[in-house]
Ligand binder design. Sequence first.
Ligand SMILES: NC(=O)C1=CN([C@@H]2O[C@H](COP(=O)(O)OP(=O)(O)OC[C@H]3O[C@@H](n4cnc5c(N)ncnc54)[C@H](OP(=O)(O)O)[C@@H]3O)[C@@H](O)[C@H]2O)C=CC1
Ligand SMILES: O=C(O)C(=O)CO
Length: 313
Amino acid sequence: MKILHLDKNHPLIIQQLEDLGFTNEEDYTSSKEEVLEKIDAYDGIIIRSRFKLDQAFLSAAKNLKFIGRLGAGLENIDTKFASAQGIQLFSAPEGNRNAVGEHALGMLLSLFNKLNKANQEVRAGKWLREENRGVELEGKTVGIIGYGNMGKSFAKKLQGFDVEVLCYDIQDNVGDPFAKQVNLEEFQQKVEVLSLHTPLTEATNDMIDADFINSFKNNFWFINTGRGQSVVTSDLVEALKSGKILGAGLDVLEYEKTSFENLFTSAAQMPEPFQYLIQAENVLLSPHVAGWTVESKRKLAQVIVDKIKANFG
Ligand SMILES: NC(=O)C1=CN([C@@H]2O[C@H](COP(=O)(O)OP(=O)(O)OC[C@H]3O[C@@H](n4cnc5c(N)ncnc54)[C@H](OP(=O)(O)O)[C@@H]3O)[C@@H](O)[C@H]2O)C=CC1
Ligand SMILES: O=C(O)C(=O)CO
């Protein structure tokens, strides 16, 4: 079987697939059009997010048997069409769920303790203790939307903080010892910290808008390590300005072309709401790296190799 690798990744993926008898071709530079011309020669594709695998692309991939996505989200693949074509899809949430759980917790504790602001001030010679008084997680109600691999990982990390953890999910009975599943109404009545872990779908696109935010009884803290497009950034900014949202930790932004590339080459080019986010003291930003650790790079590759081996080895 011949596999085309479209994104550079951990070397173990090529080594192990070679050992299993697969032929590997690495192409990290050809345009989508160039790849389209040769794609019918491959049985498998391994990709992160370099381009969208849409109907046109999948139709041209006449011999394709599987796609391995080195990550959790599958929104860059037309999954319905791929399945209808008999193409198997392998994602790797097992590889980066721990990283996302740790990143979400890290963002939350940094926000609560104003670490980003305090760090910048001390470096600038300012010793402002009262202004940098933090708040504690103990006793708070933390709400997780989307209780799958990532949401559960975050909930697990919260054990030991003496918090109540609630989750809201469209699936029934997703709760476990780490979180109590409730309906949306109860969720919005109780939550003081909201962490978003849903995939990007039609329903979650722009889900966090002004109506949704204002349906929460309490002012709340917001962490997003899901997808930026699930948030209406201008509404988030209004909520930060009004104090409805007390602070936000955003690993993902609406202004991303793929999961790894920003739409804009500089922050200055970004739309007005982003200009607010980059100067707000109660906002912490990271460039879509929650699932992007040294360890997850290796784990993601291993998960994909293991899934290919289990199905085609
Ligand atoms: N920042 C980063 O680096 C990373 C971000 N991610 C993001 O996290 C997402 C979640 O990953 P993962 O936990 O593996 O996904 P899972 O599918 O395991 O879990 C997501 C859960 O959310 C549910 N859900 C879907 N739509 C809604 C909705 N409208 N309201 C409430 N719940 C909903 C899903 O239900 P159902 O199964 O019915 O759809 C599912 O139970 C990824 O798709 C990706 O976008 C992931 C890894 C790294
Ligand atoms: O795994 C994912 O879906 C990502 O966002 C990559 O870091």
